[in-house]
Design a protein around this ligand. Sequence first.
Ligand SMILES: Cc1cc2nc3c(=O)[nH]c(=O)nc-3n(C[C@H](O)[C@H](O)[C@H](O)COP(=O)(O)OP(=O)(O)OC[C@H]3O[C@@H](n4cnc5c(N)ncnc54)[C@H](O)[C@@H]3O)c2cc1C
Length: 418
Amino acid sequence: MRITIAGSGVAGLATAVSLHAAGFRDVTVFEAEPGLRPHGLGLNILPNAVRELDELGLLDAVRQRAIRTRELAMYNPRGTLVWREDRGLAAGYRWPQLSVSRARLVTALAEETRRRLGDGALVTDARLVGLDRTPGRTRAVFANRDGATRTVETDLLIGADGIRSAVRAALYPGEGPPPTNGMTLYRGTVWGPPFLTGESMAVLGDDRRRLVLYPIDRDETAHRTLINWVAAFPDERSEARSATDAAERRKVILRQLGDWAPPGVDLAALIERTPDIQRYPMIDRDPLPRWTFGSVTLLGDAAHAMYPAGSNGATQAVIDARVLAWHLARHRDAGTALRAYEEERRPQMTELQRSNRSLGPERVLTMAHRRAPGGFGDVRDVFSEEELAEISRGYAVTGKFDQDWVNTRPSLSAGGAR
Ligand SMILES: Cc1cc2nc3c(=O)[nH]c(=O)nc-3n(C[C@H](O)[C@H](O)[C@H](O)COP(=O)(O)OP(=O)(O)OC[C@H]3O[C@@H](n4cnc5c(N)ncnc54)[C@H](O)[C@@H]3O)c2cc1C
């Protein structure tokens, strides 16, 4: 079976490696960007996806330059603790939670794709620009920067081309651009002294603003960590227009969050020292009624882009890849396999997309602010322990990354029992 993948992000490359592990050899990934120079700052991979990287033999490559996140701690803007929980190995998972640079993760996946499937399996400067679906045959048209096109006839086309997916647009021509909730994300990375445990993710928030900080690398000799930070708030129109360079962006962020007090972090100094600050609207996608049309399906952000709360973007892309490969290896007929993949994944991802629209587990910060807008001395005056634990546990169950399930579920390796 000839399999064509559009997009070489985490989703497309994890799919290529998973398909190889499941016995498929005629697999090609087409990437729109001219060279493979992966971008991106930090992201998190939850233990359910780390388990899959481990079963693919990729754990060592990814772990080398990642931080094993051991706690999540949430605070109000003054730095009063709202909720803290162990994460990864510390929480009893058999696999760690990893905080890692996206560029590093994509590079590890690309190297493994080439090692397993050959250099020709990863084609860059090839943007999917057209799709022709006639029963029993799919043709995908790719264009390079100069406009030269190449048509590929394929048995299966997987759209792993991200939140602005061309495959999705071909399947849903009226959909339009991704919707935004009016929030703007500012992001950067900067070296600084370790904070909290040195392997903590800290999230601060009120009812409309957020600040997330976590390390993605460390330099033992200099006793410092590479801190990935994300600030999110509704941008004032005039601010948004003027914030075109790093100096302006620093001012905008400090106007919004300058008096916030993440424990152990000098926020103003951190923002001032960050060399490059990126700015994006917070966007996602509406859940779809269907991902699969004949021999074309969607995967990763192309299928279910969600707001960045709860560390699920890259995590769920890896799980999609493994589930799809598992079903394709199990079912003789590709159509049956695609249906089984979608039946397993789409309802879960729809629920997670909806949960992330209320910012997933971070909604406790909104609730804390609404219940005690002037702040509080002890979170137990605002919440019961059970209420907080239930919000966290409920989100993990929705995303199928609760500890019992991750540690004990059957393997998704095609040779494994299920
Ligand atoms: C440049 C970039 C930086 C990012 N940085 C971060 C970050 O710092 N933190 C974070 O949490 N998440 C980040 N993300 C998002 C995160 O990678 C995804 O949410 C998650 O990993 C799921 O990935 P995906 O492979 O489905 O989509 P993506 O990561 O978006 O990958 C999609 C890939 O498809 C390619 N592509 C797009 N259109 C076409 C086309 N028509 N034909 C062929 N190829 C196409 C893109 O160039 C890209 O390589 C970033 C995404 C991108 C593209």
